[in-house]
Design a protein around this ligand. Sequence first.
Ligand SMILES: Cc1cc2nc3c(=O)[nH]c(=O)nc-3n(C[C@H](O)[C@H](O)[C@H](O)COP(=O)(O)OP(=O)(O)OC[C@H]3O[C@@H](n4cnc5c(N)ncnc54)[C@H](O)[C@@H]3O)c2cc1C
Length: 423
Amino acid sequence: MGSAAAIIIGAGHAGLAVSRCLSDRSIDHLILERGEVANSWKTERWDSLRLLTPNWQSRLPGFGYQGNDPDGFRTMAETISFIEDYANLISAPVQTHTTVQDVSFADPGYKVKTDQGTWLCQTLVIASGACNKASVPSFAKYLPPSVQSLSSMQYRNPEQLEQGGVLVVGASATGTQIAHEVHQSGRPVVMAVGEHVRVPRVYRDRDIKWWMDAAGVLDERYDEVDNIVRARSVPSLQLIGSRERMTLDLNALRKIGVRFAGRLAGINGGKVQFSGAFKNICALADLKMGRLLDLIDEWALASGTNDEVPPPYRFAPTEVEDSPTLIMDLSEKNIRTVIWATGYLPDYSWLNVPVFGRKGRIRHDGGVVEAKGMYLMGLPFLRKRKSSLIDGAHDDATDLCDHLSAYLDEPSGNSSSEGVLCK
Ligand SMILES: Cc1cc2nc3c(=O)[nH]c(=O)nc-3n(C[C@H](O)[C@H](O)[C@H](O)COP(=O)(O)OP(=O)(O)OC[C@H]3O[C@@H](n4cnc5c(N)ncnc54)[C@H](O)[C@@H]3O)c2cc1C
């Protein structure tokens, strides 16, 4: 049985950032990875995906963008290389093809069982990803068998799809990007639109991510927001990373011929039902975009940036039909495929420690889990608004490794599993 002061589960960018910070503190550790470095990007994304964050905005501890296109958007191959290069640069101690199957309390620390053996560790960092499973509504099973049903994790490219119409469920980054690509392949697309976050790609000549970074929006802390539970469930921004720096909101998709309905509410006898709140949902997204742009404008004035960029302007409201579709017969509309772009969930089925709260979420305070010596990385708004982005790993890993290091230094803190749950 092997042992280490710290075990990190997952060799994505988050686990690697922690590894670098532990090495800086001379803390002996090991990363257990079920696949290879950057496994999620290698095996779980669609072919044409590019990061929606600009190249400059992937800053890991001791590593950043070194090319000559800082404002471009990485392809999957480039993203994988970036993460692999980082693992090599920091000489990350990764044990690949090792799947963690069970984690339980040991005395002291944790026992980590894998398909390649068992390890003991005083501290555990869970960096196994926030997007291990597609979150698909339970009523998806009522789709007629003649209709192909794919989650966004199963989708790779339009060639996979039947000829005919496609219903894309969900209008956040994943849904809008897939709807755009499928439409370009010549298949008619209908989108079921729930809550979404509308933003322009470029505002006042600067990328929206530049504004959000500069104005401090992405640095907002988890203990500064009014409702962190709500903040952690806000959908991803409606953005795409493209050479043209296109804005991919509902108006842009409507312009090329995509059609819309409200949130998908149910399926019955080959018919799908949509919520009637489509108009309100779009109005809310417009309102929130306006608030973000107001905040940016205020910051531009206060920071002196105002004089360097064009004056403020606003975007046309989202176009909505007066009577949006409420029921659609799939065969009548020749919908042959449904793609569920309804979000992602982490998978902690291997974690056998009583740290779960409502909806199977791990109870934690900014990544410090209630079980002593256990930490989380890479989840939405873990410690800052940017926590789930590659760019968020630096700050979170630094803070959590400080905590982990102090915990290891405690004279009795790591010596017994008794009373290991801290409130
Ligand atoms: C479609 C999509 C697009 C995104 N686009 C962007 C973007 O443009 N910019 C950006 O900054 N972020 C983006 N993100 C968010 C984020 O950067 C990714 O989700 C990223 O993969 C998360 O990194 P991570 O290291 O936390 O998790 P992952 O990269 O998922 O790494 C977790 C690792 O843990 C391993 N693992 C899981 N379970 C086990 C186990 N039981 N045993 C051993 N190993 C295990 C996995 O194989 C994986 O390698 C995107 C996310 C998605 C889903």
